[in-house]
Design a protein around this ligand. Structure first.
Ligand code: SAH
Ligand code: SF4
Ligand code: F3S
Length: 488
């Protein structure tokens, strides 16, 4: 069971082996870089910003690490295991470095921010260290490292949003894309390292977000996911036009509407929603536009009010349950998923049972589930003892995973016999005779291509006739224009 969680995390990491397309003429570039990403979607989105900055400098991407002059690893610090994975990769890269003179290795992202120049002191594993707000300085740091200087920039910024940088889409399916709408986090969940590695929260210029989404749509993309650690606190005040005093602030609900209005054929998703911040305005906007997907990732973390307080999540068990009720009231067919932590400091069996029962109450379609991992510098590390024994944490996680497996299967079984509008993303993993797509609720649906002449990026109606715990299986009913019925 634990392997299942580990596999899932590994899958997430693998997706990170992201590369820009090969250049037709390799000599057109000054240098070749290879970039591998770990962690959350924001990190993957950042790698696309990094690729864009490096492209502008005349550096080109490669899929082949052996052919690279520069190796970058975009890192995550969220749990100790995430950092161990990065260290393992760095020792593998070290071997390559020894074989190829002049090859440089750079650490980007959250682990770079957390460990700063300590990295450079460690057994010459790394030549360049760059934090999430300092990517514009990357080309300069590459040249400094070539000269043998210490190349470090881990300054956090209150303003940087990379709003003007057009990301180079790495390893994209050409249908779905992530768009960062904000950076940093002002919440201080006591277990979490993100506020320290990503800095203060800031919202990106709304116009640049809408323009990026429009551009994606024009290039054939049919789904955007708006990204932030806490999207509901998005808040941007535009500069007033010359001669006008109007400076209407843009909230997340307004932004969502502006993106939804680009085209009814562009699906809009977002992540992550903090239960304390998601508003009725957002829920009503979701209900109003068929192309805003009926799916909310609403991490609960724990079902015990006492533990939630220690976690500094601000909401109680009752508040969370009321939020779930409100979502179902305004958007009855909304899919909900969660993040759950097992074994936070002082967690007792009754707290754990509260977590299981809130999962049952919320009927999550899917969850990401973790054992608590103490992170240096966090509030929890400073204030509380990590006192739940490892085997107890693991046993509780197994119970959480087993419950989620049952809930996922039950949720999928309820969909048998229903017809959904599916956006086709790719061939299915198992067979190129089947398509893989998602319904509005973000469930993966696999169905035979049959004789229909469809392509990825098309919408199609699929009737579900079977399921596993992770996937709906079905058959095509009829192809229709998304504008007629986006969501069912
Ligand atoms: N901003 C998002 C979550 C970002 S981190 C939110 O507020 O929900 C993704 C998930 O990792 C968290 O939701 C949490 O469940 C988990 N996580 C974060 N820190 C952790 C830690 N120290 N140990 C175990 N899991 C952790
Ligand atoms: Fe971490 Fe909490 Fe911010 Fe999410 S909201 S990134 S869990 S501090
Ligand atoms: Fe990891 Fe940083 Fe994201 S710590 S989860 S990569 S914000």
């Amino acid at each position: 069971m634990l392997d299942y969680v580990a596999d899932k995390m590994q899958d997430e990491a693998k997706q990170g082996e992201a590369f820009a397309p090969f250049a037709s003429d390799p000599t057109q570039y000054k240098k070749r870089f290879y970039i591998e990403s770990y962690g959350c979607q924001m990190n993957f989105a950042d790698s696309e910003i990094v690729a864009s900055i490096l492209n502008t400098e005349g550096f080109g991407a490669t899929r082949n690490v052996g052919e690279a002059d520069l190796i970058f690893i975009n890192t995550c610090s969220i749990r100790e295991k995430a950092e161990q994975t990065v260290r393992k990769r760095l020792t593998e890269f070290k071997k390559l470095k020894e074989q190829k003179k002049g090859m440089l290795v750079g650490v980007l992202g959250c682990m770079a921010e957390r460990l700063k120049s300590k990295f450079l002191e460690e057994e010459k594993l790394v030549d360049i260290v760059v934090g999430p707000d300092a990517y514009r300085s990357l080309p300069g740091l590459v040249y400094e490292a070539e000269e043998g200087q210490k190349a470090v920039n881990v300054l956090l910024s209150r303003e940087e949003t990379y709003a003007d940088i057009s990301p180079v889409r790495l390893d994209s399916n050409g249908v779905t894309a992530f768009v960062s709408i904000m950076r940093g986090c002002n919440n201080m969940c006591s277990f979490c390292v993100v506020p320290f590695t990503r800095g203060r929260e800031r919202s990106r210029d709304a116009e640049s977000i809408v323009n990026e989404c429009k551009d994606l749509f024009e290039k054939g993309y049919r789904e955007v996911t708006l990204l932030g650690q806490n999207v509901d606190s998005y808040y941007y005040t535009p500069q007033p036009l010359k001669g006008s005093l109007s400076k209407t602030p843009i909230t997340f609900a307004i932004l969502l509407e502006q993106v939804a209005l680009i085209s009814p054929e562009l699906r809009v998703r977002f992540s992550t929603s903090h239960p304390k911040d998601i508003t009725d305005d957002v829920l009503h906007t979701m209900a109003k536009y068929d192309n805003i997907c009926n799916y909310i990732h609403l991490p609960v973390q724990s079902g015990s009010t006492r533990i939630l307080q220690l976690m500094n999540r601000i909401y109680t068990r009752e508040w969370y349950k009321a939020k779930v009720d409100r979502i179902k009231e305004i958007i009855p067919d909304c899919g909900i998923s969660s993040d759950v932590i097992a074994g936070f400091c002082t967690e007792e069996e009754n707290d754990h049972r509260d977590t299981l029962s809130i999962m049952e109450y919320s009927k999550y379609d899917m969850s990401y589930m973790f054992v608590y991992s103490e992170r240096p510098g966090t509030l929890a590390e400073r204030r509380y003892k990590d006192d739940v024994p490892e085997e107890v944490k693991k046993r509780r996680l197994v119970e959480i995973v087993e419950l989620q497996n049952r809930l996922s299967l039950e949720s999928n079984k309820k969909d048998i016999g229903k017809t959904f509008n599916i956006l086709i993303e790719s061939d299915s993993k198992r067979s190129d005779k089947d398509w893989m797509g998602r319904n509005s609720q973000n469930k993966v649906v696999v169905f035979p291509k049959e004789y229909y002449n469809l392509n990825k990026g098309d919408y199609v109606f699929v009737e579900v006739n079977d399921c596993t715990q992770a996937t709906l299986l079905g058959k095509i009913i009829i192809k229709q224009n998304a504008t007629e019925t986006q969501k069912r």
